[in-house]
Ligand binder design. Structure first.
Ligand code: MRU
Length: 350
């Protein structure tokens, strides 16, 4: 029912080039670290969990193809380089730290084979774990849904952005696969890069799920008309107090949901929670090229040389969040305490 965003086939890394969807479905092979960096930067692969996994496989490519007598150094250099591809999603740094730890365990070896095997195993484990985490988010999130639920989402936090179920769309997939009926989704188009129109609408249609596309500026009227009974979005980074970054426009949707008394949920794997940041003001926000705003599909829609501001993400204060849906359960306010308890349980192996 879901898409395969990134996969390994006979030692070769493949991913769907998401910049081409929905008009073209094309799987590309990523052959070098630089190509993986470019794929992440250009949003060929995108979505917080997916870019973490992609970067992990980028480190593996570095080790696989290393011609030097120091593959450990090559792997660590690749990790440092890949970390510069995008700044906001903490999953990227979380995944690269995990790879660095594995690589560092092989510092003193002369034979490169154990390093290659360990790095590949870790990247594959991350991919498999992510699918399981998304399923758990789906299972917990589905407890909030009922027959006929109508969900508004922003950007794409589905299978294209992670593994299998994705995060924000996971409760929808899970509920429908477990006999809940008539669940439908309203997808914001998500300017400037239209992840909602190009990706969420495509992904849900492919899965046979009822989806209605709206422009971003229609979310208010859809809520006022009673067409949606909850919002579920994904996230790129959650601060310890529950402030969170997600695709630009999420903040607006959260404020609208509060005005209309509609519950606002954030689907967040715990790898997206950054307990080192006290609040959302510390989350680095990526700014992207002006052309993404002045052009649509290569065609200019604005005067040339117009001044443009193009933050790719915004931060929604935690007071607008009804609950976070994590793989370990639903976290309600106070969020700091809730996250702390979950991490403690995880560290104790629960
Ligand atoms: O710029 P993008 O397309 O990578 O932005 C993606 C989002 O904002 C998603 O909502 C977020 O990464 C969560 S994906 C499960």
């Amino acid at each position: 029912m879901t898409v395969r965003t990134l996969y390994l086939d006979e030692g070769r890394v493949h991913l769907i080039d998401q910049t081409l969807l929905p008009s073209r479905y094309e799987v590309i092979e990523i052959k070098s670290v630089d190509q993986m960096w470019e794929a992440i930067r250009a949003l060929r692969v995108r979505g917080a969990p997916a870019i973490g996994i992609a970067a992990a496989f980028g480190v593996w490519i570095a080790v696989r193809d290393s011609q030097s007598n120091d593959p450990v150094r090559d792997a660590l250099q690749a990790a440092d380089h890949l970390a510069t591809s995008r700044p906001t999603a903490v999953n990227l740094f979380w995944a690269l730290d995990r790879m660095r730890r594995i690589v560092s365990e092989h510092c003193d070896e002369t034979d490169g084979k154990p390093l290659r095997e360990a790095v590949l195993k870790e990247a594959q484990a991350m991919l498999a774990e992510d699918a399981q985490i998304c399923r758990e988010i789906g299972r917990h999130g589905a407890s909030l849904l009922h027959d006929g639920s109508s969900i508004l989402t922003h950007c794409n936090a589905g299978g294209l952005a992670a593994s299998e179920y994705g995060t924000a769309l996971a409760p929808v997939y899970w509920a429908l696969e477990h006999d809940r009926k008539m669940i439908q989704v309203y997808a914001d188009e998500t300017r400037p890069l239209l992840q909602g129109a190009r990706l969420t609408a495509w992904e849900l249609s492919q899965a046979g799920i009822g989806v209605t596309l709206i422009c971003d500026n229609m979310a208010g009227v859809v809520m006022a008309q009673g067409k949606v009974d909850m919002v579920i979005v994904g996230t790129d980074r959650v601060a310890a107090n529950g402030d969170f970054a997600n695709k630009i426009g999420t903040y607006t949707v959260a404020v609208l949901a509060r005005e209309h008394n509609i519950p606002f949920y954030v689907a967040a794997p715990l790898s997206s929670v950054d307990m080192t940041l006290a609040n959302g003001s510390q989350i680095p926000i990526e700014e992207r090229p002006a052309e993404e705003v002045t052009h649509i599909a290569g065609k200019s829609i604005a005067p040339s040389n117009i001044r443009v501001y193009n933050p790719a993400f915004d931060v929604t204060p935690h007071r607008f969040v009804t609950a976070f849906i994590t793989e370990k359960g639903i976290v309600r306010p106070p969020f700091g305490q809730g996250f702390h308890t979950l991490f403690e349980q995880m560290n104790q192996g629960a």
